[in-house]
Design a protein. Structure first.
Lengths: 350, 248
């Protein structure tokens, strides 16, 4: 509602500067082309131009209240024609009053003032159009900027909510089964109970605390996977065997927090839950300058495990990788007759 | 008074230990065997004929429900599981109780008391088990369990080519052979993935990717030729649905 010229210091400076330039030009034209005296030229220029500058600030209101999109063309034109006539009329009436009074003894000047009236009317309307158009431009520019800002905010919001909904969630059955193991351990071998409780607590704490933090080091992720596997090892004993091969300094690399956990759970679910004998899970990691490559492989019995169900876990990881890195070529899946292998690539320095 | 004989079927050692520990000073019950998986469980039940079974649901190869499905004489069952979503199914099977892990000693004794009452009153266990046991764990069936000549076959759904109704049974044709199972066509129609299978006739369900050709047969009938030879009859509506699905 407030004129944008007063909202923005730079707009105000630009507005004043433009009118100063117009004043100077006006003065020079009168001196050089019409041979007016210096005092007369400066007076006329100041009177006409400061007055229009003041009126120009008021032109904001007809512009603000005559939205191009909400008005028909006829309405739009009549509104502005009325406003322009009023402004130009007021402008000329006041200027002529002031100047004729001030220069009442200069007949030559008064005459030239009278003869130039049609030109001044034209100039007044031209000023009105120019100032009005600039106000419309300003409005559009502002709307456009607001829209961009809103869009960017919206995008960030969507990304955030997508990521939240894809975040790893603690599997309640894992939790209840672990608690059952603890309940049993407390009678069978109380000395092991404490380790199990500590491991489970650390695992839960890590899983819960990572809700709002996106990237983490591979070292922290591995440590959490170890906790998870230790717990499952207590449940499944010799049925679960894990082989790890982690390249030299890979543990310092970064990856999205808890991204590997659903894959580990899949490996245990399809590899160990469905197996009577020992089943192996392989975790390997390689790294180069700007890429960490992690592979999880599990063996399974194709006669008992449906090939269909890799389920929500895998889908979530795929979507998360896509949103996080904006690429969908970072996951490789390969299925053998009796093994399932998934490789994730994590670009660094992004 | 003779103790009732019970076995534990549970794939986790600590799970078995827990039940044994809870019951070790109880003189009404005796644990006569422990089994680590469903196959072992079936054999043990058939050999030892226990009065009561503590049965886990999620187990490798053969889950608790699948195990019950192929048992002819069923003992009393107390389910022990971390999953609460199978409780209704379990009670439909006339199970004595459904214990959610982790459970307390008191809760186990409560279940045991119920079982003892049933056994003492000589109620025939699980009257309606056969009819209702046929519910897959998940909405979509992933494997089918059948028993023939005292051997148990677990057939992954991927290996089924087509099914044929045979009175109270269904003949399951796989890529390797065929198996007879006591079940209804309706059961399979409802639980096989509709993306892969279709009921094309009162007596036939076929795997869609096996269809090679559709041919008219008699007046209002059609047959579907399947890969490597066999042909099955299709009803009029079956033909229409099949044509739509396969874009023939």
């Amino acid at each position: 509602m407030l004129n944008p010229i007063f909202k923005n210091k730079q707009f105000l400076i630009a507005f004043v500067l433009i009118w100063v330039v117009i004043c100077i030009l006006h003065t020079f034209i009168l001196i050089y082309f019409y041979n007016f005296g210096l005092a007369t030229s400066i007076s006329e220029s100041l009177v006409f131009n400061t007055l229009f500058a003041a009126l120009g600030i008021g032109i904001w209101y007809p512009v603000y209240f005559t939205d191009i999109e909400k008005n028909k063309v006829v309405n739009f034109l009549t509104n502005h024609l009325a406003a322009a006539s009023l402004a130009v009329g007021l402008w000329l009436w006041i200027s002529y009053m002031v100047l004729t009074t001030a220069f009442s003894d200069n007949a030559e000047y008064i005459e030239s003032l009278d003869s130039s009236l049609p030109w001044r009317v034209g100039l007044g309307f031209l000023f009105y159009v120019l100032i009005g158009s600039n106000y419309y431009l300003l409005i559009y520019y502002q709307n456009f900027k607001d829209k961009l800002l809103r869009e960017a905010e919206l995008k960030a919001l969507v990304k955030e909510s997508e990521l939240t909904s894809l975040k790893f969630q603690i599997n309640p059955h894992f939790l209840f089964n672990s608690l059952n193991s603890i309940s049993s351990l407390s009678m069978v071998s109380p000395e092991k109970t404490q380790d199990m409780v500590t491991n489970l607590s650390d695992f839960l704490r890590y899983s819960l605390s990572h809700k709002d933090e996106t990237m983490t080091t591979f070292e922290k992720e591995l440590r959490n996977i170890d906790r998870y596997l230790t717990i499952e090892k207590i449940r499944f004993g010799k049925r679960l065997n894990v082989e790890k091969d982690i390249g030299g300094n890979c543990i310092a690399y970064y990856l999205p927090g808890l991204i590997l956990q659903p894959l580990m759970e899949n490996a245990v679910k399809y590899g160990i839950y469905e197996s009577i004998e020992q089943s192996n899970i392989f975790i390997t990691a390689k790294c180069s300058d700007n890429l960490l490559e992690v592979t999880i492989k599990n063996e399974y019995d194709p006669n008992f495990v449906s090939k269909k169900g890799e389920g929500i876990g895998l889908r979530n990881v795929t979507s998360r990788m896509k949103i996080q890195y904006g690429r969908d070529d970072l996951i490789k899946i390969s299925r053998n007759k009796n093994s399932f292998m998934i490789t994730l690539l994590f670009p660094q320095n992004i | 008074m003779t103790k009732i004989k019970a076995i534990i079927i549970e794939d986790e050692e600590l799970g078995r230990e827990l039940i044994k520990n809870y019951l070790k000073d109880n003189d009404e019950i005796e644990i006569i065997a422990e089994c680590e998986n469903g196959f072992e469980g079936i054999k043990t039940i058939q050999d030892l004929k226990p009065d009561l079974v503590f049965l886990d649901i999620q187990m490798p190869k053969l889950n608790g429900f699948e195990l019950l499905e192929i048992l002819d004489e069923k003992p009393e069952i107390i389910f022990t599981t971390a999953y609460n979503q199978y409780a209704i199914q379990a009670f439909e099977l006339n199970a004595v109780d459904y214990l959610l892990k982790p459970f307390s000693k008191e809760r186990l004794i409560e279940a045991l008391t119920k079982a003892l009452n049933r056994i003492k009153s000589h109620q025939p266990p699980g009257k309606n088990m056969n009819k209702l046991s046929q519910q897959p764990l998940d909405k979509i069936l992933e494997r089918v369990v059948v028993k023939s000549n005292h051997k148990i076959h677990v057939i992954p759904v991927e290996k089924i080519r087509y099914l044929e109704a045979q009175d109270d049974y269904v003949m399951i044709y796989t890529f390797e052979g065929k198996h007879l199972k006591q079940a209804t066509m309706k059961y399979f129609e409802q639980h096989l993935d509709p993306g892969d299978f279709m009921r094309v006739h009162r007596s036939y369900i076929i795997r869609l990717d096996q269809v090679v050709q559709l041919e008219p047969y008699g007046k209002d009938n059609y047959v579907a030729k399947l890969k490597d030879g066999p042909a099955v009859r299709i009803s009029k509506s079956g033909f229409k649905n099949l044509k739509e699905k396969l874009n023939f």
